[in-house]
Each structure stands twice: as C-alpha cells, then as structure tokens.
Design a protein around this ligand. Structure first.
Ligand code: KG4
Ligand code: ZN
Length: 337
C-alpha cells in the first residue's frame, strides 16, 4: 500500500509517501517549517499557521509525488494528522486529505499526532521490535508509555503540568533566547558550569512515573532574578543557569526511564518527540540503557520534530488493517488524549 501522509497540526507542513510493500518503506518526504515566521512573535500565531499551511500543502504534495516518481493515481490511501493541535491548522490537512481521497476514490484516515511521534523510530533501518517502553517528549507532551503493538498502548506516567519541551521554551524566554527555545537553551548550556547551581529533580524522590516541570520553571525564574539583582546576569551567568536547568530536566527524565524499564521488565526504550533531539538527554539515556543491557532507539534528527513521514507510516499501518474515516467525515480534534 502506498500512502500519502499529511502533517499540519502546528507550525510545520509535512508530507511524505510510505510504501508497506517489502523493499518499500519511505519513498519521499518533504517539510516546510514556519518557524522563522512565528519567531518574530515569540511563539506560534494560529491564524498565520493555518494560512501558511494552505499556501504550502499542495505544492509539497506535488513535490513528494515527483520525488517518489509517482502519479496521484498510484496512491492507495491518504493519512493526515487529525489531532491534537491547532484547530485551523488541523483543518487544512484534514480537508485536503478528504478532498484528495474523494477525488481519487481511495481510503483516508485521520491519525493521532502523538502516535506518529511514538512510532517514528520505525522509519529507521534499526527499528525497535515490540514490546518497548516509549518516552514521548515534545512541546505539548511528556509521557511514558508501554507499547505492546500497533494501537496497544498503556500510559505509565505523564506530566501533571508543563511538558518538557514547554519548560525548555519558557526557560528560553526567561533567558531572552529565540523561539523555539529548546535547541537554544541546549546550545547555551554547553558553555555553562555544571557545578555552579543545582536545580531540583521534581517528583524523583517518590515512587511513580509522573513528571512535573512547572516548579522547576519557577525555580529557574527565581535564580535568574537573583543573578540579575546581583548584577551577575552576564553571558556566563545565563549559561550556568541554562546548564543547571538542562541537567535537572535530563536527570529527571533519565531517572524515570530507568524506573519504567525496571518496573515493566522491558528491554527496549524508544525516545521520540522534539526534545528527543537533545544531545545530553541521549547521552544520559544511552548510559542508563547500556547498564541494563537494554536497547535504545531514536528517530533520526529530522523525524524527532513534526514531519509527514511519521504520519504516513502510522496511517499506512492502520489503513492496511482496514481502518478508515467514514466518507465525508473529516476529523480535526484539537484536544485528544
Ligand atoms: O515534537 P515537536 O516538534 O512539536 C510538538 O509536537 O510539540 O517538539 C517541539 C519541542 C519544542 O518545545 C522544542 O523547544 C523542543 O521540542 N526541542 C528541544 C530540542 N529540540 C527541540 N528541546 C531540548 N533540546 C533540543 N535539542
Ligand atoms: Zn509533535
């Protein structure tokens, strides 16, 4: 089955074609990022995001079909992100997918954005086998999930307040770094002194697999204010704070992943979502998994953040089992647990 995947939940327009036939795999993928446009406003402006998706989506569809050397009529199905995300942005992808599917008379299916992230490592040559523990860390989610197979997910724990990526983005704002903040905080932290500050590792001193990052955010803000009052909010001071913040978030996530592997007895860890691009997180998890003789799997950098390939993959796997949207009923679900 050759499936077109469409991702428009936030500020990236992603399109890809995935082929489920042996020797197939990912045939083409293209991405247009709106990040530069939203950076001017310090965050995503929903109305501008929707408008930009309408401008970029169809040209990207044409581009991936050309890259895959395919005609539209050779598609066997279409998958799109049905949520969660910005409702206007989602509607662009949903309406385009349903319109194309109706015209081509092929099945169409709305998929969950986080299932895309969860299974993105399946696009790699060294894909994980089921079952595994997954750490999903993005701008909107921080979750630990036990994954038995396609669609067989058990939530082990999640953030009770801010997501890890959100904490990175808010810390970046406090340090006057550009949007999206994660990579900028990570870059600044590299120059920081790990011994100067020690920030708390929230919810690690009690059992359980939930996370909380809003207290850490307040702690960071207090530390920044103190430095500022002392006239020490220099580039060195800011780097030391970025380092203490990153150390605290990374440590917390490593501790919880170790616990999740020990509790479930599983021997594979999958890490996905935008924050999985973080180098120090990867180093910490690599070490923890090596100690337990557990395998650890990440998507390639490009597939850590939002992309069409992960949606094409999940859609293809589900369409293959016969799942599909009711004809004419497009889905756009901004909040979808
Ligand atoms: O998965 P994603 O692209 O979009 C959502 O579905 O949210 O994740 C974006 C998040 C942002 O919060 C961004 O700051 C964070 O991932 N991020 C990082 C890094 N690269 C992206 N956070 C920490 N370190 C990074 N290197
Ligand atoms: Zn995402």
């Amino acid at each position: 089955m050759r499936v077109l995947g469409i991702e428009t939940s936030c500020d990236e327009t992603g399109v890809a074609v995935y082929d489920t036939a042996p020797g197939g795999g990912l045939l083409a993928d293209a991405l247009y990022s709106q990040v530069a446009m939203h950076a001017e406003y310090g965050g995503v402006v929903p109305e501008l995001a929707s408008r930009d998706h309408t401008r970029k989506l169809l040209p990207l569809v044409e581009q991936v079909l050309a890259d895959a050397d395919m005609a539209r009529g050779e598609l066997d199905g279409i998958a799109y992100t049905a949520g969660p995300g910005l409702v206007g942005a989602l509607m662009v992808g949903a309406a385009t997918a349903h319109g194309m599917a109706r015209a081509l008379n092929i099945p169409v299916l709305g998929v969950h954005h986080m299932e895309g992230h969860l299974l993105a490592p399946m696009l790699e040559d060294e894909a994980p086998a089921f079952p595994f523990v997954a750490l999903l860390v993005s701008g909107g989610h921080t979750q630990l999930v036990a994954v038995k197979g396609l669609g067989e997910y058990r939530l082990l724990g999640e953030s009770v307040d801010d997501a890890a990526g959100e904490a990175f983005d808010k810390t970046a704002k406090m340090l006057r770094l550009p949007y999206p903040g994660g990579p900028h905080v990570a870059k600044l932290a590299k120059q920081g002194d790990p011994g100067r500050f020690r920030f708390p590792r929230p919810m690690t001193d009690r059992p359980g697999l939930d996370f909380s990052f809003s207290g850490l955010k307040t702690h960071t803000l207090t530390a920044i204010r103190k430095l500022d009052d002392a006239g020490e909010l220099t580039s060195r001071g800011r780097a030391d704070i970025a380092r203490a913040f990153e150390d605290a978030v990374v440590d917390t996530m490593v501790i919880k992943c170790r616990r999740a592997l020990d509790d479930t007895g599983l021997k594979r860890l999958v890490v996905a979502g935008g924050v999985s691009a973080n180098v120090r997180l990867r180093e910490g998890l690599d070490q923890a998994c090596a100690k337990r003789r557990a395998g650890v799997f990440y998507p390639r950098g490009r597939f850590c953040t939002d992309n069409g390939a992960m949606i094409a993959y999940v859609g293809a796997r589900r369409l293959e089992t016969g799942e599909r949207d009711v004809t004419g009923q497009m889905q756009a679900t901004p909040r979808w647990p």
